[in-house]
Design a protein around this ligand. Structure first.
Ligand code: NAD
Length: 727
C-alpha cells in the first residue's frame, strides 16, 4: 500500500501509519481512504488485535483532503458526490463504533489517534471519529478545520461531530472561521483530548489503548441520554445561539458564501435528529456546496492556483536567486513595511532614508509591530531582538555594498526615483537587481535612469505591507529573466503570493480598482443613492464600497492620479465626470478618512459615522433609482472588463494570476474565484448580453472585449471547455 501500513506488536496493539509515498505532507485521496478502510477492517476482524493507534510516519499528521480531487468531484454529479460522502461516513462510523454491539454498547476495540504535528481538515475529522485524540506538544503544529477558507465546509462528519462534542457556540470559530490552534490551545478548547511530550506520543497512545475502559469507547452521542453541550436549538440556551448565529453569519458574509449558509443549515438541522441522520443531512448540504460553482472557483483560486503561483508556476528557469542582503530606499510607510517583512523572514536589511531620523522612524515601525506581537504572545523577546538586529537604518549608501536586491520606495516622483537609481547603482555590485515599488509610474520609463535596465524591475507591494499577501511583479520592456526570478524568490522568502505582469499604466491591480472607484463616483454624480452604491458593493461580496475605498486611499491621491493620467492620455482621457466630483470634494477639503471628512463623516478619532449628509445637496438623488442588480453589474463589470482587457493587451499572461491577484490584491469577491472565475460562473454569452446592454445605456466602457465575445461564440469559458449545448 502506498498511503497506509499496519503493524501489530507483541501486546496486540496495531499501529496504522499514514505515510503517503513521495509527499512531504499526508493528504487524503480516494485511494488512500480505501486503503485505510481495508486496514481498519483487518484490525477489527483480527482477534489478536486489542486496539489500534492511528498515527503518521511524517512530522505532521495530515494537511487535509486532496483539494484537486474535491475540485473535480462536481464533474461526477450530485448523486455520485452524495454516495461517495456517505461511503466515507460509513468508514468513519465504523472506526467510531469499532465493533461495538449497538444494543449493549460493549465490545468495541479502542482506537486512538496520535498526532505528531499539524492535523487539518480530514486530518482532524478522522481523529474526531476515534475514541481519543492525543497530540504531541509540538508548537509548530496547527490543528483545525480550515475548509471554510476555500469555500467548502468539513463534510466528513467533522461538522456534526464537533458540534456534538463542543456545542454549537464553542464549535463556531472552528467551523465558521476555520480557526487553527496549536495543540495546547486545541486541548484547552476541547478539540482534542490530551497533549504529551513528542517523544512520549506513541507510548502514551499505547498505554491508553491497553487501559481503556468500555465506557471510554462510547461516544457521548451514542450513549443514552446524550445532551448537546450548550443546548439544542429548541432548548432555551441553545435557542439563543442558533437564532443569533444565522444573523451573525449573514452579517459577516452578506449571504454570498454558499458554504457558510450550508454549514449553518447542516448544524441546525443536524442538531434536531439522531447522529446518523445528522450525518446524512451533513452529506446533503456538503453535496450542494460542492455542486455550487462558487466552491470549485474558490478552491481553484484560493488554494490550487495560489499555491502554484507561490511555488513559481511562472518563474523563469534560472538558478536560485534567494535574497541574502536587501537594501530598502525610502523608510516611509511602504519602505518601513518592506524592511519589516524581510527582516522577519531572516533577510539582512539596510534601510536608507534622506535623514537619519526618517531612517530610524522606519526601523521603529518594525519595533512597534514586534511589540504588538509580544503583547499577543506571537513573538518572543529573543525573536524581536533578532529581527531588529537585521535592520540597519542609515543615510549612507555605502552600507548597500553586498546587497543583491534593492527595493526603492521613495516619493512617487520620477526625478527623485531617477536620482536614487543612479546613487544605488554607484554603491552596489554589478549583479544587484533594482526593484521599484512605484504604484503608478511605468517601469520601462523609470528604467531609463538605470545603467542595467535588464536588472530593473517593479515589485509592487500593497498597503499595509505586513498584512497584504499579494505582491505584483512588473516586467519592464527590458527586464531580464534573472530579475524576475530574483523578485519571485524574494516574494517566496517573505511568504507572500506573487503575480508577474507586463508593464502598462497602473499595471494590473490598480488598473482594475480605478474603474471600480470611478463607476461608483459616476453613479453618485448621476443621482444614484450613495447608500445604494455602497451597499450594492458589499452585498456582492466586495470588502469596501467604492466611495469608502476612495476615502481610505484619500481623495487627494485620486486627484493626483487623475491629473497625471490626463496629462499622459490627452484627449483620450475618459473620466471627466469623475474628476468633477473628486476635484469638488478636494476643494471642500473633504480628503477622506485622514482628513476626518470625505464621502463619509468621521468622528475626531477617525471612526466612520456614515455617509456624509452634504452629499445630498451636492448630488441630489434622482427620483427613479436603478435596481440593486444593475448597480452591482456596473460595479463588477467595471473591474472585470478591465481584467479581460489586461489579458487581451498582454499585461496579464495567465488568468490564474488575474484571479488570485484580484482576490488577494483588492478583495475582489472571493466567492467568485476572481474576475475570470466570475465570468465563467455567469457564462460568457450572458456576460456579453449584459455588457452590451450596459454599453448602450452608459457608454463604451462596457463594450464587451473581443476576447469575451469570442468565448461567447465558442461556448467556452476562461477555464472551461465548450459546453455540449454550444458545441
Ligand atoms: P512615504 O511618503 O510614506 O515614504 C517615502 C519615503 O521616502 C519618505 O520617508 C522620504 O523621506 C523618503 N525619501 C524621499 N526621497 C528620498 C531620497 N532621495 N532618498 C532617500 N529617501 C527618500 O511614501 P509611501 O507611501 O511609502 O510610498 C513610497 C512608494 O511606494 C511610492 O512610489 C508609492 O507610489 C509606492 N506605493 C505606495 C503605496 C501606498 O499605499 N502608500 C502602495 C504601493 C506603492
Amino acid at each position: 500500500m502506498t498511503d497506509f501500513t499496519s503493524a501489530l506488536d507483541a501486546d496486540g496493539v496495531a499501529t496504522i501509519t499514514w505515510d503517503v509515498a513521495g509527499k512531504s505532507m499526508n493528504v487524503m485521496s480516494l485511494e488512500g481512504f480505501a486503503q485505510l478502510n481495508t486496514l481498519i477492517d483487518a484490525a477489527l476482524a483480527d482477534p489478536a488485535v486489542k486496539g489500534v493507534i492511528l498515527t503518521s510516519g511524517k512530522k505532521d499528521f495530515a494537511g487535509g483532503m486532496d483539494l484537486n480531487v474535491i475540485a473535480r468531484m462536481r464533474e461526477g454529479g450530485a448523486q455520485a458526490i452524495f454516495d461517495g460522502v456517505m461511503q466515507m461516513h460509513g468508514v468513519l462510523r465504523k472506526i467510531e463504533r469499532a465493533g461495538m454491539d449497538p444494543k449493549t454498547l460493549k465490545g468495541a476495540k479502542p482506537i486512538v489517534a496520535a498526532l505528531p504535528g499539524t492535523a487539518l481538515g480530514i486530518g482532524l475529522e478522522l481523529p474526531l471519529a476515534c475514541h481519543r485524540i492525543i497530540a504531541a506538544d509540538n508548537p509548530k503544529a496547527k490543528i483545525g478545520l480550515p475548509e471554510i477558507m476555500v469555500g467548502i465546509f468539513p463534510g466528513a462528519g467533522g461538522t456534526t461531530r464537533l458540534v456534538r462534542k463542543m456545542g454549537a457556540m464553542m464549535a463556531a470559530p472552528f467551523l465558521l472561521e476555520g480557526k487553527l490552534s496549536a495543540p495546547a490551545a486545541a486541548k484547552a478548547a476541547g478539540l482534542i483530548d490530551e497533549v504529551v511530550a513528542p517523544e512520549a506520543l506513541l507510548a502514551r497512545a499505547k498505554e491508553w489503548v491497553l487501559s481503556a475502559k468500555e465506557t471510554d469507547l462510547v461516544k457521548p452521542w451514542d450513549a443514552k441520554g446524550y445532551k448537546m453541550p450548550g443546548g439544542a436549538p429548541y432548548q432555551p440556551a441553545g435557542f439563543m445561539t442558533f437564532v443569533g448565529a444565522g444573523a451573525m453569519v449573514h452579517g459577516k458574509t452578506q449571504g454570498v458564501y454558499p458554504a457558510a449558509k450550508a454549514l449553518l443549515a447542516a448544524v441546525y438541522e443536524g442538531a434536531l435528529v439522531p447522529f446518523d441522520t445528522a450525518l446524512r443531512i451533513e452529506a446533503r448540504h456538503f453535496t450542494s456546496v460542492l455542486m455550487n460553482p462558487s466552491s470549485s472557483a474558490m478552491i481553484r483560486s484560493l488554494f490550487i492556483n495560489k499555491e502554484a503561483l507561490e511555488k513559481g508556476a511562472n518563474r523563469p528557469k534560472v538558478e536560485d536567486q534567494s535574497v541574502r542582503k536587501l537594501g530598502v530606499i525610502g523608510a516611509g510607510m511602504m519602505g518601513a513595511g518592506i524592511a519589516y517583512v524581510s527582516a522577519n523572514a531572516g533577510i539582512e536589511v539596510v534601510l536608507i532614508d534622506a535623514t537619519q531620523d526618517a531612517a530610524d522612524r522606519g526601523r521603529a515601525h518594525s519595533e512597534a509591530l514586534l511589540d504588538k506581537g509580544i503583547q499577543r504572545r506571537k513573538v518572543t523577546a529573543e525573536k524581536k531582538a533578532e529581527v531588529l538586529a537585521r535592520i540597519t537604518a542609515t543615510t549612507d549608501y555605502a552600507a548597500l555594498a553586498g546587497c543583491d536586491l534593492i527595493v526603492e520606495a521613495v516619493f512617487e516622483d520620477p526625478k527623485v526615483k531617477a536620482e536614487v537609481t543612479a546613487k544605488v547603482e554607484a554603491a552596489t555590485g554589478p549583479d544587484c537587481i533594482f526593484a521599484t515599488n512605484t504604484s503608478t509610474l511605468p517601469i520601462s520609463g523609470l528604467a531609463k535612469a538605470s545603467q542595467r535596465p535588464d536588472q530593473f524591475i517593479g515589485i509592487h507591494f500593497f498597503s499595509p505591507v505586513d498584512k497584504m499577501m499579494l505582491v505584483e511583479i512588473i516586467r519592464g520592456a527590458q527586464t531580464g529573466d534573472r530579475a524576475v526570478a530574483k523578485a519571485l524568490d524574494f516574494v517566496r522568502q517573505i511568504r507572500k503570493t506573487p503575480i508577474v505582469v507586463n508593464d502598462a499604466r497602473f499595471f494590473y491591480a490598480n488598473r482594475c480598482i480605478i474603474p471600480y472607484i470611478n463607476e461608483g463616483i459616476r453613479m453618485l454624480a448621476e443621482g444614484v443613492e450613495p447608500a445604494l452604491i455602497e451597499n450594492a458593493a458589499r452585498l456582492v461580496g466586495l470588502p469596501l464600497g467604492p466611495l469608502q475605498l476612495v476615502d481610505e486611499t484619500s481623495i487627494d491621491l485620486g486627484v493626483k492620479i487623475a491629473k497625471a493620467t490626463r496629462a499622459a492620455m490627452g484627449d483620450a482621457y475618459p473620466d471627466d465626470a469623475v474628476d468633477a466630483v473628486i476635484f469638488r470634494m478636494a476643494d471642500l477639503g473633504r480628503l477622506g478618512r485622514k482628513a476626518q471628512a470625505g464621502f463619509y463623516s468621521y468622528d475626531d478619532k477617525g471612526n466612520r459615522l456614515g455617509l456624509w449628509d452634504g452629499l445630498a445637496d451636492l448630488y441630489p438623488t434622482a427620483d427613479a433609482q436603478p435596481d440593486l442588480t444593475e448597480v452591482q453589474h456596473r460595479l463588477l463589470f467595471a473591474q472585470v472588463l478591465e481584467a479581460v482587457r489586461a489579458l487581451e493587451d498582454g499585461v496579464l499572461t495567465d488568468i490564474r494570476e488575474g484571479d488570485v491577484g484580484a482576490i488577494l490584491g483588492w478583495g475582489f469577491a472571493p466567492w467568485s474565484g476572481g474576475p475570470f472565475g466570475w465570468l465563467d460562473i455567469l457564462g460568457a454569452a450572458r456576460a456579453v448580453d449584459l455588457c452590451t446592454n450596459l454599453a448602450t445605456r452608459f457608454g463604451p466602457r462596457f463594450t464587451p472585449p473581443k476576447l469575451l465575445q469570442d468565448l461567447a461564440h465558442s461556448g467556452r469559458g476562461f477555464y472551461t471547455a465548450p459546453t455540449a449545448a454550444a458545441a
